[in-house]
Design a protein around this ligand. Structure first.
Ligand SMILES: *Cc1c(COP(=O)(O)O)cnc(C)c1O
Length: 337
């Protein structure tokens, strides 16, 4: 597998560090925990979308686009990172933000990612929850074309077969890091949403025969729907890369939706505990929407004995800590009630 066959821009800070979590491992008393720092990829405070955008933005430039359109929830990390790279490349950027949580307080509506979207000079418009966001993007693209622009649409989360290449590459990177230090990785756990991260990882690991199982903690869809979404993208990406769509067996795609709580972007007690533990034991910031829920799943699975003592479990930190500032009241901290 040779990723240089695909157009790519290089702006991510790679390789991201792979670090032990000694104090958390000791506190939880289970497996050895590690963290892969994809919150440190660069691009407006980092996150997992940077890797996808290296391939997506290269494709946009190949098509001579001058305007980028994408969509996400109000506090979308993907939208923020897209605004940042569009600014750097001198492209116009339009983002559509879906009101998925129904939160309209000052911090949620204007701080965190929304503040940064605006700093990067993007134009933002809001859509009600449950809008058909793909249709909304198509409509906007038509309007921009009528105005003489050449828009390029990036799907929500950057999750298509081009964006997923970023995580095929991350699978190589992590396996190489593990090999260099003779670290046997028994499990890789991460938050899964629009599916591109998990699809790329599963495909990359399979193509290399890494035998590192990927465990997705869903932040939105139920287990069945999430696994189907991821598997569909694994098949499309495999085909895009010239493999049989059946390269990866369906059972290699594993998602757990027990940690979503009341819904996407809505806090859970376990997430609050996970964010606080990571901050207090390791000095690392998670986020309330993705990595916090993902890590809350990992903590619970360790407590249940799902991961065993002596095993090495890596948590992929997918970024998003900027959105802590959109949820200042959920942590029961003095001054924020
Ligand atoms: C988008 C995102 C995810 C989920 O990645 P997908 O590729 O959409 O599944 C996880 N964590 C953070 C912080 C994100 O912004």
């Amino acid at each position: 597998m040779h990723l240089s066959h695909y157009p790519r821009l290089h702006f991510a800070h790679l390789p991201t560090p792979l670090e032990p979590l000694p104090r958390l491992s000791e506190e939880l008393g289970g497996p050895n925990l590690w963290i892969k720092r994809d919150d440190c990829t660069g691009l407006s405070s980092g996150g997992n979308k940077t890797r996808k955008l290296e391939f997506l933005m290269a494709d946009a430039l190949e098509q001579s686009s001058d305007t980028i359109i994408t969509q996400g929830a109000t506090q979308s990390n993907h939208a923020r990172q897209t605004c940042a790279i569009a600014a750097r490349l001198g492209l116009e950027c339009h983002i559509l933000l879906e009101d998925r949580t129904g939160y309209h307080d000052e911090a949620y509506a204007h701080n965190g990612n929304v503040l940064l979207d605006q700093l990067h000079g993007a134009s933002i418009s809001i859509r009600p929850g449950d809008s058909d966001m793909n249709a909304e993007m198509d409509q906007l693209a038509q309007k921009l074309r009528d105005d003489g622009k050449k828009p390029y649409i990036i799907p929500g989360g950057g999750s298509n077969e081009i964006g997923a290449l970023g995580y095929v590459n991350a699978a190589f990177e992590l396996t190489h890091q593990a090999n260099e230090r003779s670290l046997r990785i028994d499990h890789l756990v991460h938050a899964t949403g629009s599916a591109g991260t998990q699809a790329g990882l599963v495909l990359g690991m399979e193509a290399m025969n890494s035998r590192i199982p990927i465990y997705g903690v869903s932040v939105r869809a139920d287990k069945h729907k999430q696994e189907e979404n991821v598997y569909g993208l694994v098949q499309r990406t495999a085909e895009f890369m010239g493999y049989s769509p059946d390269l990866v067996a369906r059972e290699k795609v594993v998602a757990n939706s027990d940690y979503v709580g009341p819904g996407y972007g809505l806090p859970t007690d376990a997430m609050v505990e996970a964010v606080k533990m990571m901050a207090c034991y390791e000095g690392i910031l998670l986020d309330p929407v993705y990595a916090g829920k993902g890590f809350s799943g990992l903590i619970d699975l360790v407590r249940q004995g799902h991961f065993k003592k002596g095993q090495n479990v890596v948590f992929l930190h997918t970024g998003g800590s900027v959105s802590l500032f959109a949820y200042p009241n959920i942590f029961d901290l003095p001054g924020y009630q």
